[in-house]
Design a protein around this ligand. Structure first.
Ligand SMILES: Cc1ncc(COP(=O)(O)O)c(C=O)c1O
Length: 416
């Protein structure tokens, strides 16, 4: 446990920038992690270094060779992060763009005909990509309904809709609105059992900072580095060998298997190496395994355990301090379950508006975000008949003291 190890939470917090002070606003508790996690200090330094290098790749000089080595190192680190046995890793413009690219390539590469399948739990990035490419390729798109009460979608719901002619499927690993995780291996196995040809794309963007990532069973997987302790400006993807073999945009005569186009930003790869190095360090606090992947998995498990305790404190309270579930008028989206929740609690109040909750919490130094029944969150809030909610999101560098500060601020905010 991170918090139970003497000095470890402080050491973790020491590796991140702006942990308890916003450079624009001053002291605050950062519970807006689902909108973008805190940055590693190492990422900031690396970014600045690489922004200063004018050299380009593919030249016979030491600077060029150093940049290419950083790119190779970044790719190797990404492979460990994804636990990729084969396939390819690549850097794109953003998580959304990587998802569009994976879905587009799968839709155009799959055998003609058949159907495509996704779920109503998905973020609009994958949902919109599926809508567009189902339309372009003339395939019906099946959208498996999630369960409003639990805030997730299960294997039985997918199973009921599966047919052998499913060509492309999407699965969201964790909902960024309900915070509830999805059993990706079980759903992928169910799809494979009925439609072995199907290309399966996973949106791991909300999951990636909350536990280890493993692409087993998938053909494509997308992550947004700014949500996993790196920075804005790039997305990363993994694609299986069979998905990588599908035709895609590439310079004529260039490497047909490659997903990447144009000159690379070596800083993107180098900053992701910083993320993997951090997780490696964290994992080494919990295992003395010589295997890097084992250390990353140990980090993922420690992160999940710490966040479970934070979410439990938030929902169920600590000692005499009552939690959200006991606060009158507070309604939790997706129910009060702690298990299966990855870093996010979304809620609304029956009489205090969500905008007032956000500003009331801000006045007490707690940063959270409003989510509205719009094109980003309407898939979750619309069916509930809810116009807005607040999203409170934690990461493993947050502390129980911060949760208690949030609960105290909530008591004031809901008291009017
Ligand atoms: C689950 C999920 N998918 C996709 C996205 C879009 O990612 P990006 O902002 O990198 O395009 C987000 C962003 O919030 C997300 O949470």
């Amino acid at each position: 446990m991170i918090a139970q190890r003497q000095g470890l939470l402080e050491a973790v917090r020491g590796r991140f920038a702006h942990v308890d002070v916003c450079p624009f606003e001053g002291p605050r508790v950062f519970f807006e992690n689902a909108g973008g996690a805190l940055r590693l200090k190492s990422v900031i330094e690396t970014s600045a270094d690489y922004a200063g290098y004018a050299d380009n790749q593919g030249r016979d000089n030491p600077a060029s060779k150093a940049l290419m080595a950083a790119i190779d190192r970044g790719r190797a680190d990404m492979r460990v992060f994804f636990n990729a046995q084969g396939g390819q890793v690549f850097v794109g413009e953003s998580g959304t763009e990587v998802l569009f690219r994976l879905v587009r390539t799968a839709s155009l590469g799959a055998r003609a005909g058949g159907v495509m399948i996704g779920s109503t739990l998905e973020h609009p990035a994958s949902a919109s990509a599926m809508t567009r490419w189902a339309e372009v390729t003339g395939r019906p798109l099946i959208r498996v309904a999630h369960d409003d009460a639990t805030g997730t979608v299960d294997v039985a719901a997918y199973q009921a809709a599966l047919t052998p002619d499913v060509r492309v499927a999407t699965i969201v690993h964790t909902s960024p609105v309900t915070g509830m995780t999805v059993d990706v291996p079980a759903i992928a196995a169910a799809i494979r059992a009925v439609a072995p040809e199907c290309l399966i794309i996973v949106d791991g963007i909300q999951h990636a900072s909350h536990g280890a990532v493993d692409v087993a069973g998938a053909d494509g997987y997308a992550v947004s580095p700014y949500k996993v302790f790196s920075r804005h400006g790039y997305g990363i993807g993994w694609a299986s060998d069979r998905l990588s073999a599908c035709a895609k945009e590439q310079i004529v005569g260039g490497p047909a298997q490659a997903w990447e186009l144009g000159t690379r930003d070596a800083g993107a790869y180098a900053t992701f190496s910083d993320v993997v190095a951090y997780l490696d360090w964290l994992g080494a606090q919990f295992t003395d395994s010589p295997e890097r992947r084992t250390r990353l998995e140990a980090a993922g498990a420690a992160i999940a355990r710490h966040e479970h305790d934070l979410i439990d404190a938030m929902i169920n309270g600590v000692g005499e301090v009552r939690g959200l579930a006991a606060m009158p008028g507070v309604v939790l989206i997706g129910g009060a379950s702690v298990d299966g929740r990855e870093g996010v609690v979304s809620l609304y109040h029956t009489t205090v508006g969500s905008a007032d909750l956000v500003s009331g919490l801000a006045a007490k130094g707690v940063r959270v975000h409003i989510r509205k029944n719009d094109h980003y969150c309407g898939n979750i809030l619309g069916p509930l008949g809810v116009e807005d909610c607040i999203r409170v999101s934690v990461c493993h560098y947050n502390s129980q003291a911060e949760v208690l500060a949030f609960l105290a601020a909530m008591e004031v905010a809901i008291a009017g």
